[in-house]
Design a protein around this ligand. Structure first.
Ligand SMILES: Nc1ncnc2c1ncn2[C@@H]1O[C@H](COP(=O)(O)OP(=O)(O)O)[C@@H](O)[C@H]1O
Ligand SMILES: [Mg+2]
Length: 362
């Protein structure tokens, strides 16, 4: 289990005894604390440390609680502030709320009263933080969906003209003698059009929905078949292919066409990532009712700031990449109730997990 860091609270009060009482109480209840004697000192703490919450007295020398509230709210709007006021300080307490304090508590207060207010405030902060993440995620998804459908539309429109250009260049090629400059031009056109065609295929593929047609397939046969299609390219580049399969006869429920596509994207990526010679290894293992595949390649590791973005649609570091291979792979694998992730390994390793059986099998 991952432990979330303890919330950090700054206690501000000019009475040392009271400060210590609060920091001890909060410390005993799982909060990290610091203490300051007045508003100005508190502002210095805020500059150095990240706090979730400040618990501040109102009446203090040098800089009082209200003045501190105004300065800190304008500079650090996400830090919540709870003000403590003596009996009769209702007027300033109300003013504090107007200037953005989360709440106020009246001195003297009980331990439970203080803890409950602090807990409520931290909880509110946690919820608004989660809400913000969910909203950002939603906005991102909507933007991606719009981008996805726009590119698919464009790709569909481009398909026909591209095919015509391809056919024309192939026709022209036959009209010129070999090594003729004009034939080379036709060849160059053909090559570029094929790149564009591959891109349009990725765009269309990304925007479609996946309803796998499950059939029991020998998974190692599927892997081998796709490995065959990349074998000559691998050999030319000096890449060795290593395989270590569990039970070779193992059958897994999957949509063969879709999974071939996934393995194709992953092997392409692995070979492209190595640039020169290296090793592409495919390892399978049976774990209870799942099959686990490790597809790895040697070569320089993926920089840590990029690791999180690999599966984002349109994320690519390649000049001719679409950044859709991994996004499509993840969607296909999820449509099989499986998962794919980048494993922590010295090589680049993608770990795929697939259920061996599927209820919706034909
Ligand atoms: N095996 C790998 N090794 C290193 N980087 C990889 C590997 N697979 C994917 N990546 C990185 O993830 C990016 C996205 O991959 P992908 O979705 O297949 O799109 P594309 O291949 O078109 O760039 C790649 O551009 C590359 O930076
Ligand atoms: Mg790719």
């Amino acid at each position: 289990m991952t432990s979330t860091p303890s919330p950090r609270v700054l206690v501000v009060d000019d009475e040392i005894g009271f400060r210590e009482l609060c920091t001890d109480l909060l410390g005993d209840n799982g909060y990290e604390t610091d203490a300051a004697a007045n508003g100005r000192e508190a502002l210095q703490y805020l500059e150095k440390e990240k706090y979730q919450l400040v618990l501040s007295d109102i009446n203090m020398p040098v800089m009082d609680g209200l003045e501190f509230l105004k300065s800190s709210k304008s500079k650090y709007p996400s830090i919540e502030i709870i003000l403590m006021t003596a009996y009769g300080g209702l007027q300033s307490a109300l003013e504090a709320l107007r200037f953005g304090a989360y709440d106020y508590i009246t001195k003297p207060f009980t331990r439970d009263g203080l803890l409950a207010t602090v807990r409520r405030c931290v909880e509110k902060q946690r919820l608004s933080h989660e809400l913000k993440i969910a909203q950002d995620e939603l906005i991102k998804k909507e933007k991606l969906a719009a981008l996805g459908s726009m590119s698919a539309w464009l790709a569909h429109r481009m398909r026909n003209p591209l095919n015509v250009i391809l056919m024309c260049s192939q026709y022209l090629k036959t009209k010129f003698p070999e090594k003729d400059e004009r034939q080379e031009v036709a060849l160059a056109i053909e090559e570029k059009v094929k790149i564009l065609e591959k891109m349009t295929r990725d765009f269309i593929e990304f925007s479609r929905s996946y309803q796998p047609r499950f059939e029991k397939e020998k998974i190692h046969e599927v892997l081998d078949q796709v490995l065959e299609t990349v074998a000559s390219r691998a050999k030319m580049q000096g890449v060795t292919i290593k395989k270590k399969y569990t039970d070779p006869e193992l059958k897994v429920s999957l949509d063969r066409d879709l999974m071939e596509e996934v393995f194709g994207y992953l092997f392409d990526n692995a070979i492209e990532a190595m640039i020169g010679p290296g090793v592409l290894s495919v390892l399978t293992d049976k774990e209870d009712d799942h099959i686990v595949l490790h597809i790895s390649n040697t070569g320089s590791p993926i920089p840590s700031d990029l690791r999180e973005r690999l599966f984002d649609p349109f994320f690519t570091t390649k000049e001719r990449g679409t950044g859709l291979g991994l996004a499509i792979s993840r969607r296909v694998i999820e449509s099989h109730d499986g998962s794919i992730q980048l494993a922590q390994d010295k090589n680049t390793t993608f770990r795929i997990e697939l259920p061996i059986n599927h209820e919706e099998e034909d």
